[in-house]
Structures are given as structure tokens and as C-alpha cells.
Design a protein around this ligand. Structure first.
Ligand SMILES: [Zn+2]
Length: 571
């Protein structure tokens, strides 16, 4: 029984309201406004951009989306300084209303918490309240289409539909090829980028409601009961912060091409200056060390200085491509004239350390439980690297992990033989080598193997880079992105046989509303005939529904609330 059904009659009304929201209409409305903002940006009609942003931030659809976003994401169980969480449908529905406040809006200071770091030190984090998070999510809806239309083409971090793998492919693209491509790389490292961005610069340049932005920037922090003002940097822990940082760093690509020429022009081909950026992590290629040292670096420094930022003296380096450099957990290096991108040594080491720690922390648990702890970690790591030259390292890592687990098993049975331990904890799967594996009983009563996944089970698959100029809010690119969403989802969830089979059978569409299933929308495996009514657990009784469609399917009593008409009217 769901929480909504358990609640008494007095509260069921509010529950119905949240559960009855027509999310497809909400998404359509928000999307429609974002498309119109994009059109206005491309036409440089900034007055219209502002009007549409204001309209979106006041709309029911925008407010509902913002509440959904902050109550579905990972931080939803961590309260801000007011201790408030929006965990019930009533709380969520009420929050939509509270986002109406504008003039009187005053963000609360951040709650300071400390996260232990690997080196024993502690990293400070700032946690905004739910209301402030939702307010940021709301304004971000109107800001992100502007960011997507004006951002640097080769910036890949914290942007919809872009990933680290895209950034790596771009490195490959600008560094590989014939003998006359760029050989030198400036590895940029900005000192505490998020903490130091100049407030006046942001207020002067970020196209959004300035009053609200100013309030966020200066909301301050409460640390051990003490209030401290914030004087620089983006709002910590805020959903909008990465986008604000992107705004601050966008324009560097243009500054570089204006000075050193665009790829494909004679000047550009001579200097070979290309920027690849992921949030505050970036590289700039160049034809010589001198060019990077005496011309590119000063330009980058001046660009950053305007925004209150500095390059770190010790971490900013100029490297020859035969020596290689680390970027986003990978090592990019030329071997005998060929660029290879492999998992960086540091990254591999950190991964093995993490696996070792998990094994050590679970000395006495059931094998099944240990496997359940390790599988997502191994899967996540392997998925991250599978687009690169990783197969050798995958095999090495598998051997190391195998040995750690063998020792784990052996220690539990000091008086048993190695053979006995092997046969108890390991299984030969498909006639192949010994997997660390156990058995579980499947839903239909069969015994099925439950092995530890191996990195080398992941086939290396070249990532297809996003087209640098593609804009997810410009309808001209709709088909392109629909295909990419479809392919990405299959690639990241390919290990789930059931999901893949259903997804293909439904051609990637939700069975209830017939619109595409995406990573953002999430999904639920739905039993067509309910299990209690004798429905089977086999594939032919299952279907994929959006999460929100699934909730609505099980609340047939609710009447779908129409999105208020004024949302659909012209702004
Ligand atoms: Zn649906």
C-alpha cells in the first residue's frame, strides 16, 4: 500500500493534488517556454528573454517542475538550516505554492557540514534549505536555455546531454591525426574556481533576475552556530552553481579563436589553439611550448582575472603530448604517433583502494551482501572507462579484485583447504574462469547465479561525440537528441537484460503515455496484471512506464488536474 493510501481522509485531498498533477502537460509547458527563450536568445531579443524567464518562474508548471526536481534528487533527505524536508505529497504540493513568493523572498544561510576526505582533512559543504534549492531549480529552468545557446561549443561539464566522454573525444579529435596537429598542451587549473568567482561580475553578466541572484550570492553560511557572510563564489551546494560557473568561463573559447584563429582557417591551422573544457577543468592545445607560454597563458590569465579567478601556479603545466597529461580521470598520451586515452593511474589506484576498503569493512557479512555492495561500484567505474583504451587495465583490475576476494574468503575459513574455499565462494560461469559468485532465488522460484561483475565483462565501445553546436532547446535538433537519448539509455543500462528486452519491445516509449523514456524521466517496471491478481513475473506481463506515469496508473481515483490555462497563454 502506498503512503497516499495509508494517509487518513483529512490528508488524502492534498495527496491527490500532488499525485494528480499532469506531468506531461507540465513538461510540455516548461519545454515550450524554454524553446521560446532559446529563439529569443538566438534573435538577441533580450527584453523578450527576460519577460519569458519571468513568466516561466511564475508559472504553475515551472514551480511544480522545480519541486519535483529537488524532491527526487539525491540530496532530498538532507535538510538545510530550517530542518525542513518535503517528503510527503502534501508537503510537495504546498511547496509549489510557496514558490510564488517573490518580493518577500529571502534565502536562508547555508548549513555548514564537513565531509571527511581521503587524506584525513575535512571538506566543507554548504547546504541550502529545500525552499532555496527549489527557488534555484525554478530560476535555472529559465537560465539553462540561455546557457545552452551562448555557451562555448567545446565546454562539456554540467550541460544537458553532454558528458566527460564527449570531452575526451574532443581531446582525441584535436590531438590526433597527421603529423602536423597540435603537440603541446596547457593543462589549466583554476584556484578554487567556485569559491572565488567575483560577485559583481556575475551580477553584471548572468542574464537572470538580479535581485534573486544577489540574495543567493550573499546569503551567508552558518558554521557551528556562527553566521558568516559570503563575499565571493557561487552559492555553495546550489543546483544553479555549476551553470553560474559555466557563465563565468564561457567566452574563453571565442577569446582564443579571435586571437589565434579558428580551426580550418590558415591562422588557426598554424597556431593549433583549441580549448576543451569540463566545468573548471580545461586544456588548451598549441603548436609550440613558446606559443602556449608567452601568448596563450597570459590571455587565459587576463580572462580569468576579470572574473576574480587565477590559474594555480603549481598545477598549471605545459606538457608535450608524448609525455601525456591527465584529464577527467584519464591519461591522454601519444604513443608512436597515435593518441591513446586510458584510465589514469591515479584513478585506477583510487578505484582499487575503494574496492579494498569495501571488502575490509565487510569481513563478516554474507557473500550476497558483499556482492551487492561491490557490483554498482565496479559497474560504474567500468562504464566510465569503457569508451576508452581500457581493456588491458580492466583485466589487471579484475585480477587484483579476484585476489582480494579470495583472501577475504580464505580468512573466514582458516582450517579449510584452498580447493574447499574456492568451491564454496567461486563458480565457473559459462565454462569460463572462476567468478566470485553465489546463488539467489529468482521471483519465479528458480535458482540463478549471482556473480560479482568484472570490469572486463564490459566491452570497449567507442563513444560517439556530441556535435559541438547541438542545442537541446532548439527544435531543429529534436530528432538528433531523441536518437542520442535512446542510444545512451541502452548503452548505460545494457547490463539489465529485462530492461533492454522491454525497452526494445516498446521502442523506447512509455506504455502509458507513449512519450520517450529517458534517463531524466526514470522508469518503473510495471506488472500489467497485478501480482496479487495472479499476474506472472515473466516478461510478457511486464512493461516500462515513466515513474510519474506509474504513480498515476495506481491512483485511478484522482482526477487529472489541468495545468492552469494562463500557463499556456502568451507571455
Ligand atoms: Zn509515461
Amino acid at each position: 500500500m502506498s503512503a497516499a493510501q495509508q494517509a487518513g481522509p483529512a490528508s488524502s485531498h492534498g495527496n491527490d493534488h500532488w499525485n494528480a498533477i499532469d506531468w506531461r502537460a507540465v513538461e510540455r509547458t516548461v519545454r515550450g517556454l524554454q524553446v521560446r527563450i532559446t529563439k529569443a536568445v538566438l534573435e538577441k531579443d533580450w527584453r523578450r528573454v527576460k519577460a519569458l524567464q519571468r513568466f516561466l518562474s511564475r508559472s504553475f508548471a515551472g514551480r511544480a517542475m522545480a519541486v519535483r526536481r529537488v524532491t527526487e534528487n539525491r540530496g532530498r533527505d538532507t535538510p538545510g538550516i530550517d530542518g525542513e524536508l518535503w517528503s510527503t505529497p502534501i508537503g510537495k504540493y504546498g511547496a509549489i505554492d510557496r514558490l510564488k513568493q517573490r518580493r518577500g523572498y529571502q534565502p536562508k544561510p547555508l548549513r555548514r557540514v564537513y565531509i571527511p576526505k581521503a587524506n584525513g582533512k575535512k571538506r566543507p559543504l554548504g547546504i541550502p534549505t529545500m525552499l532555496d534549492r527549489a527557488m534555484q531549480a525554478l530560476h535555472l529552468l529559465g537560465l539553462i536555455p540561455v546557457a545552452e545557446s551562448t555557451g562555448d561549443a567545446n565546454s562539456y561539464g554540467f550541460r544537458p546531454m553532454r558528458s566527460t566522454a564527449d570531452a575526451a573525444e574532443q581531446c582525441f579529435k584535436v590531438l590526433s591525426g597527421h603529423a602536423n596537429c597540435a603537440r603541446w598542451v596547457l593543462e589549466g587549473d583554476i584556484e578554487g574556481c567556485f569559491d572565488n568567482i567575483d560577485h559583481d561580475w556575475l551580477l553584471a553578466h548572468v542574464p537572470m533576475d538580479k535581485d534573486v541572484l544577489r540574495k543567493w550570492l550573499t546569503s551567508g553560511v552558518v558554521d557551528m552556530g556562527q553566521f558568516r557572510p559570503t563575499t565571493a563564489g557561487t552559492p555553495q551546494g546550489g543546483i544553479i552553481s555549476p551553470t553560474l560557473a559555466n557563465f563565468a568561463l564561457d567566452g574563453l573559447e571565442k577569446a582564443l579563436t579571435d586571437r589565434f584563429g579558428r580551426k580550418g582557417t590558415r591562422k588557426g591551422n598554424r597556431n593549433k589553439v583549441n580549448l576543451v573544457r569540463y566545468a573548471d577543468d580545461f586544456i588548451v592545445t598549441g603548436c609550440s611550448k613558446e606559443l602556449l607560454e608567452t601568448e596563450v597563458q597570459p590571455l587565459v590569465r587576463a580572462f580569468l582575472a576579470e572574473r576574480g579567478l587565477r590559474l594555480s601556479a603549481e598545477k598549471t603545466r605545459i606538457t608535450h603530448i608524448d609525455q601525456g597529461f591527465d584529464f577527467l580521470g584519464w591519461n591522454v598520451r601519444k604513443y608512436g604517433g597515435k593518441i591513446l586515452i586510458k584510465p589514469a593511474r591515479k584513478n585506477v589506484k583510487a578505484f582499487v583502494t575503494k574496492v579494498r576498503e569495501i571488502i575490509q569493512q565487510h569481513k563478516a557479512v554474507a557473500q550476497t551482501f558483499l556482492i551487492m555492495q561491490l557490483n554498482p561500484v565496479i559497474r560504474g567505474w567500468a562504464n566510465y572507462h569503457r569508451s576508452q583504451v581500457a581493456s588491458e587495465i580492466f583485466h589487471t583490475v579484475d585480477r587484483v579484485v579476484w585476489y582480494l576476494l579470495y583472501r577475504w574468503a580464505k580468512r573466514r575459513h582458516p582450517n579449510k583447504s584452498s580447493r574447499w574455499v574456492l568451491e564454496k565462494y567461486f563458480r565457473q560461469i559459462n565454462g569460463r574462469s572462476w567468478y566470485f559468485a553465489t546463488e539467489r532465488i529468482s521471483a519465479d522460484g528458480r535458482k540463478v547465479g549471482m556473480p560479482l561483475v568484472r570490469a572486463s565483462d564490459f566491452k570497449i565501445k567507442r563513444h560517439v561525440k556530441i556535435i559541438s553546436d547541438a542545442n537541446p532547446f532548439d527544435p531543429a535538433w529534436d530528432d538528433y537528441f531523441a536518437k542520442r537519448r535512446h542510444d545512451n539509455l541502452l548503452a548505460t543500462h545494457g547490463h539489465k537484460g529485462e530492461f533492454t528486452a522491454l525497452f526494445k519491445r516498446q521502442q523506447g516509449l512509455c506504455l502509458r503515455c507513449q512519450s520517450p523514456l529517458t534517463a531524466e524521466s526514470g522508469w518503473h517496471v510495471h506488472h500489467v496484471q497485478r501480482r496479487i491478481d495472479g499476474g506472472s513475473d515473466k516478461l510478457d506481463n511486464k512493461a516500462l512506464l515513466h515513474k510519474v506515469c506509474h504513480v498515476q496508473h495506481h491512483h485511478p481515483l484522482s482526477v487529472t488536474l489541468p495545468v492552469p490555462n494562463k500557463d499556456l497563454a502568451e507571455a
